[in-house]
Design a protein around this ligand. Structure first.
Ligand code: PGA
Length: 225
C-alpha cells in the first residue's frame, strides 16, 4: 500500500491555550464534514510545548486522527538543563519532532552537531524526527526517515518553490540517503498550490501560516485528497 501524504502543521510561536482549544473544536466540526481517509492523508500538528498536553486531550476527546509533534527537542537527556524539554519528558505525548527548522538554526543558532544530538535523543525516546534542511546539500544524519525540505526564502514569504524543483531536490536527497526516505516540502504552501505538491514526487507538505486558521487548514487537507 502506498504510504500516506503527510500534512504537517507548524504553529510556530503562536496561539494562547484558549485559541489552541478553539482550533481543535473548529477542526473537529470541519473534519466531520469531510471524508479524510487516514491511509491517504496523515496529519501531524507541531504545537508549542505549552499546549501539547491540553491539545492531546482535546484531540483524543474529539476522536481526531491527528498526531502530535513538537517544534524542537532538547539535545540533552533529563537532568540539570534549565528550561529544556527532554525527549524523555515528551515520550507518549508526541510521536514526532521537527528538528533543525531553519528558524531554530537562524534565531537560536542551532548547528549540525547540536541537531545530531537532538536526533539521537528523539530516537532514544521513540520519537520520529522530521529533520529539516533548507538546501539540498545539507548534511542529514543517518537513519532519518522524514526530511523536511524548506528553502529559507520560501518560508512565510508567499513565494513558494515550484513543485517541479521540489521534486528534483527530493529525488536528489532520496538518491543520497535512500528511496524509502519521505521528503516533505515546506515554504508558503497554500490553497492555491497544494494540489501541485500533492501531484509531485513528494511525500507531504509542512504548513506554517495556513495551519493557524482551522477553516483554511481543513480546506488544504481536503484539496490534498
Ligand atoms: P509557511 O511556513 O507555511 O508559513 O511558509 C512553513 C514552515 O516554516 O514550516
Amino acid at each position: 500500500m502506498a504510504s500516506p501524504f503527510f500534512i504537517i502543521a507548524n504553529w510556530k510561536s503562536n496561539k494562547t491555550i484558549e485559541e489552541a482549544i478553539k482550533w481543535v473544536e473548529d477542526i473537529s466540526v470541519l473534519w466531520k464534514q469531510h471524508n479524510i481517509p487516514e491511509e491517504q492523508i496523515k496529519v501531524i500538528l507541531c504545537a508549542p510545548f505549552l499546549h501539547l498536553s491540553t491539545v492531546s486531550t482535546a484531540l483524543f476527546a474529539a476522536e481526531l486522527p491527528i498526531k502530535l509533534g513538537t517544534q524542537d527537542i532538547s539535545p540533552f537527556e533529563n537532568g540539570a538543563y534549565t528550561g529544556a524539554i527532554s525527549a524523555e519528558m515528551l515520550k507518549n505525548v508526541v510521536q514526532y519532532s521537527l528538528i533543525g527548522h531553519s528558524e531554530r538554526r537562524k534565531y537560536f543558532k542551532e548547528a549540525d552537531e547540536e541537531l545530531f544530538e537532538k536526533v539521537k535523543q528523539a530516537k532514544l525516546a521513540g520519537i520520529e524526527p522530521i529533520y529539516c534542511i533548507s538546501a539540498p546539500d545539507a548534511v542529514i544524519p543517518s537513519g532519518i526517515k522524514l526530511v523536511g525540505y524548506e528553502p529559507v526564502w520560501a518560508i512565510g514569504s508567499g513565494k513558494s518553490e515550484t513543485a517541479e524543483n521540489a521534486s528534483t531536490v527530493a529525488a536528489n536527497i532520496r538518491s543520497k540517503i535512500g528511496t524509502d526516505t519521505s521528503i516533505i516540502y515546506g515554504g508558503s504552501v497554500n490553497l492555491g498550490n497544494i494540489k501541485e505538491y500533492k501531484n509531485a514526487n513528494l511525500n507531504g507538505v509542512l504548513v506554517g501560516k495556513v495551519s493557524l486558521d482551522p477553516t483554511a487548514f481543513m480546506e488544504l487537507i481536503a484539496q490534498a485528497l
